[in-house]
Design a protein around this ligand. Structure first.
Ligand SMILES: Cc1cc2nc3c(=O)[nH]c(=O)nc-3n(C[C@H](O)[C@H](O)[C@H](O)COP(=O)(O)O)c2cc1C
Length: 360
């Protein structure tokens, strides 16, 4: 029988509390967050168990993965399951995508049953299947037709409506400033921006000069996003930015403590033992959220492998973990691996490209 601890030890909790105290609460529009560092939406990753863990580890708020308005309106069971928010979550938004305002408005009404604090619209997804239908970053192409689209969705819900965009469609079509103006006119609460164009997909670097200039002149709160992968980078940005908040996506996968470590870099070290504790917590959340063991295994295994990034012998560990057939087996190997790390510290090569496709 696998013995899994569901509470953090006093030692780990003390480290977490020490760093959490360094965070300043913020308000974006009418919503309050304990930290300006938020977890960005990620498809197939930002479900309730992962969001709960990230909140435990200092994320000021979270957003679901992108969810199809049509899937919701058809009553597709798998899509509706994606809307679930755990009552223990503090600040969570549901992100919807779709090209038709009426369908989006209906889906947003349904999403209200799941009690999100805000509804976010995905206007940054670069994936062909989404943009050819007019959703995701295709919505950036024509700021004029955006106004009635946003209006229709906004009037369907009694909670804040927010958008997550890119800088524009391509280098010739950079127009986030225009999009922000329309958003402001239509009563959108804030704009999160990933500092790349749709054409760039995930190549090159996020353009922080552009993000900062946008934030400086924006009538709405701007959340900056893109390439904040290292806690020192986040710390520096947080202390100099004109943005009201920052969103972190991929950085949280290789360093789940990034929301904490970015508040006071290099003051506290997290060891393999600490990683094993947070994996046990993730196990608890995952098994509570998903009934099907295969789903539990798929969800937890990939996260454990990302969390191991930069520790010794990760490729061997990854190989073993992906051969495990049950969640118990995965947890046993993880326990051996992470507890066997002793005081080894992570060494991640941040110049190597990491996960170069996504939905925003
Ligand atoms: C695997 C993956 C899935 C993503 N899914 C979404 C999504 O569902 N909705 C969205 O708005 N952005 C999505 N994104 C984009 C991220 O939210 C973020 O904008 C982008 O990764 C840049 O931030 P980062 O450098 O911190 O990763 C995804 C990114 C990745 C890597």
């Amino acid at each position: 029988m696998l013995m899994i601890g569901s509470m953090f030890s006093a030692k780990l909790q003390a480290k977490i509390d020490f760093l959490k105290k360094k965070s300043l609460p913020i308000a974006l529009g009418s919503i309050k967050f304990n930290s300006p560092l938020l977890l960005a939406p990620m498809a197939s990753i930002c479900n309730a168990p992962f969001r709960l863990l990230m909140e435990d580890l200092g994320a000021g708020g979270t957003v679901s993965e992108l969810i199809s308005c049509h899937g919701i309106n058809y009553g597709n069971r798998r899509t509706l399951d994606m809307l679930k928010i755990d009552p223990r979550e503090k600040v969570t938004g549901i992100q919807l995508f779709g090209e038709e305002p009426e369908a989006m408005a209906r889906a947003a009404e349904t999403a209200m049953d799941y009690k999100p604090q805000f509804i976010d619209i995905n206007m940054g997804c670069p994936v062909k299947k989404v943009v050819t239908k007019g959703g995701g970053s295709a919505l950036l192409k024509d700021p004029k037709s955006l106004a009635p689209y946003l209006r229709e969705i906004k009037k369907a819900i009694p909670i804040p409506l927010t958008i997550k965009i890119r800088m524009g469609w391509d280098a010739e079509g950079i127009n986030a400033d225009e999009i922000v103006k329309v958003a402001n006119d239509e009563g959108i609460e804030w704009v999160a921006i990933h500092g790349r164009t749709r054409a760039q997909q995930y190549t090159g670097l996020a353009n922080w000069d552009y993000i900062e200039a946008l934030a400086e002149n924006s009538p709405l709160p701007i959340i900056g996003n893109g390439d904040l992968h290292h806690h020192e980078t986040v710390y520096e940005r947080l202390n100099s930015t004109k943005c009201e908040a920052l969103m972190i996506a991929r950085g949280a996968l290789r360093n789940p403590f990034i929301f904490l470590e970015s508040l006071a870099p290099n003051q506290i070290e997290f060891t393999g033992e600490d990683y094993w504790e947070i994996i046990q917590k993730l196990y608890q959340y995952t098994t509570e959220s998903f009934e099907d063991e295969r789903t539990q295994l798929i969800q937890i295994r990939k996260l454990i492998v990302w969390f191991a990034a930069g520790f010794p012998n990760t490729s061997k560990f990854r190989g073993i973990l992906f051969q495990t057939k049950t969640i118990e087996e995965s947890m046993r190997y993880s326990e051996d691996y992470f507890l066997g790390l002793g005081n080894s510290q992570k060494s991640i090569n941040y110049s190597e490209r990491f996960m170069t496709s996504g939905h925003g």
